[in-house]
Structures are given as structure tokens and as C-alpha cells.
Design a protein around this ligand. Structure first.
Ligand code: NCD
Length: 307
């Protein structure tokens, strides 16, 4: 069936059918992985190149495990030991890597739109693993899968995305996907971290955390993106935690079965308290990481394997 496009550059260009197709294939893979020892050779002989210009713990490893579960091989390109460090320009680097004919390229970059530029220069599918504060589509897809597998649906749910919205590509992709899937999306942020404009219509804004998460089915916390933040936007981490850090106490007006999400890496005691992050009844943070594998298997299978 495939997608309406050859690349996964963001949630923005995807149709609702595209998203549902990825989630359906991912859900299937999640069930198969749950049975244990899953190994397929559907992508045998394919070579996937990862280009990470920014740090990553979860995303790069998750893509690699997903690719290997489907029988593909992964080649990691390392920016610090590359010829970019010798002065080669970005376009020449990409053209040279493309000349080696990888079957897909996975890219993370600090520049807005870098994966889109690469997609115009190469002959294989390009997957965006995070570009600046723009999009991180596989994170939003694994988040949607996690909500669906936990709560059975997305349509009609009240979902609050909280914290440093202005600098978060996770928020950017989630606002797009969750509204496309019919959820009621709220944004909770201090005025200094609230963007002037959202990428989609119909989002409710709050600057008070307790009000913003009232009656919510899902609370998604975000890391303060200090690497993209001008200094002075937050007066202190202690004050941020006091007002915007999620604690058990502040959760009392959310729904009883509310789930707590965080894309990681977490700053405990800044945006989230330990007893929330590790809460067995509510936190699905490690389930998100687990669901990253079947989600990325689905994306690779659809874009390279032709499912
Ligand atoms: C996020 C990222 O890099 O965009 N992490 C991730 O991929 N799970 C979020 C972050 O860095 O805060």
C-alpha cells in the first residue's frame, strides 16, 4: 500500500490514511515482538545509513534495532570523524554518501529542514529523526501507538503537551499528528516558552499547569531544550519545577487513569518529579521507548520494503 510520499520528512505532509497505515503495521509488529524472538528477513540485503549531526540515545539505537529485526544492515556515519571536519561542504558530503547507493537515509540535524534538503539530493527514502525545533515524526508516531495500545483510541481524548513548546520538535510533530487523529490537544507553557503560532488550528492554550491538565487522559511532558533556548527565558530550574514541574499533587484533577508520557531524555526535578516519572500506574515512559521499535520497523518496512 505504501505512503502518499516516498520519504518521512514530517507528520505535516502525511494524510490521516498514511498515519493510520503506519500505526496498523506498527501495532502488528508490536504484537509479534511481544511474543519474543522476532526476526524477519524482509529487508535482507538492504543497507540503511544513519546521519546523526546531533546527539541521540534512544532514536539512533531504536532505528538500528528496528532495522536489524527486519534483516537490514545499518551503517553509521559519524560527523566528528567525517570529511566535514576537513572542510568539505554539506552538499558534497551528501552527494558522496548518496553515490554509495544506500537503500535509505535516516537523518537528525540541528538545522530546520535539513532532511528535506537531503531528500532533494538523493535517490532513496529519507527519514527525519529530528530537525531543529521543527519535526520528529517517528517520535509522534510511537507516542500515538503508545496511547492507542494503552487507552484503545485517540479520537476524543484530552491530551495536554506541557513545557518548552517553543523549542520542541516533539511538540511540533505531536500537535500535528494528534489533531489529525481527532484528539483534543492542549498546550501548557509559561508565556516565555509559548510559541506565537501553532502549526495547526484548534489547539487550546494554558499557562497554568493544573488548569491545563484538568480532565486529561494523557499528559505529555517535555524537556527544556536549553541548547536551543536564549538565556533568561527561565529564571531558575527550581522556579520552573515549582510552577510547571509535574508532581503527584498537581495531577489530582486529571482523569483517574491518566497516562504520563515523556520523550526522554528527562530532567528529573525540573519538568517531572521522580514519583510521577516512575509511577507504575500512570507512567508509560518506558513503554514509549519499547514502542519505538515496532514503529520504526513499520516505517522502514513501508518505505523500503513496500508494505
Ligand atoms: C527528543 C529529541 O531529540 O528531539 N528526544 C528523543 O528523540 N526521544 C527530545 C529531547 O531531546 O528533549
Amino acid at each position: 500500500m505504501g505512503l502518499s510520499q516516498p520519504h518521512l520528512l514530517g507528520i505535516e505532509p502525511l494524510s490521516v490514511d498514511d498515519i493510520n497505515h503506519i500505526l496498523e503495521v506498527a501495532d502488528n509488529y508490536a504484537n509479534q515482538l511481544d511474543k519474543g524472538n522476532f526476526q524477519s528477513d524482509i529487508l535482507k540485503g538492504k543497507i540503511i545509513l544513519t546521519l546523526f549531526f546531533e546527539n541521540s540515545t534512544r532514536t539512533r539505537t531504536s532505528f538500528e534495532i528496528a532495522a536489524r529485526r527486519l534483516g537490514a544492515e545499518v551503517v553509521h556515519w559519524d560527523v566528528s570523524t567525517s570529511s566535514l571536519a576537513k572542510g568539505e561542504n554539506f552538499n558534497d558530503t551528501i552527494k558522496n554518501l548518496s553515490a554509495m547507493q544506500p537503500d535509505a537515509i535516516i537523518v537528525r540535524h540541528s538545522e530546520f529542514g535539513a532532511p528535506h534538503t537531503i531528500a532533494t539530493m538523493v535517490d532513496c527514502p529519507v527519514i527525519n529523526a529530528g530537525d531543529s525545533w521543527n519535526e520528529h515524526p517517528t517520535q509522534a508516531l510511537l507516542d500515538a501507538l503508545t496511547i492507542k495500545r494503552r487507552l484503545g483510541k485517540l479520537e476524543g481524548l484530552n491530551i495536554a503537551i506541557c513545557g518548552d513548546i517553543a523549542h520542541s520538535r516533539v511538540a511540533g510533530s505531536n500537535m500535528r499528528s494528534l489533531t489529525k487523529l481527532g484528539a483534543n490537544v492542549r498546550i501548557v507553557a509559561p508565556p516565555a516558552l509559548m510559541p506565537e503560532k501553532f502549526p495547526v488550528e484548534g489547539i487550546e492554550k494554558f499557562d497554568n499547569l493544573e488548569e491545563g491538565i484538568k480532565d486529561c487522559d494523557v499528559i505529555m511532558m517535555l524537556r527544556n531544550q536549553m541548547e536551543r533556548m536564549q538565556s533568561g527565558l527561565i529564571s531558575s530550574e527550581a522556579e520552573f519545577f515549582e510552577n510547571y514541574g509535574l508532581t503527584k499533587d498537581k495531577m489530582r484533577n486529571a482523569k483517574d487513569n491518566v497516562i504520563i508520557m515523556h520523550p526522554g531524555p528527562m530532567n528529573r526535578g525540573v519538568e517531572i518529579a521522580d514519583d510521577v516519572a516512575d509511577n507504575k500506574d500512570h507512567s508509560v515512559i518506558l513503554e514509549q521507548v519499547k514502542n519505538g521499535i515496532p514503529t520504526r520497523m513499520a516505517v522502514l518496512d513501508i518505505l523500503i520494503g513496500g508494505k
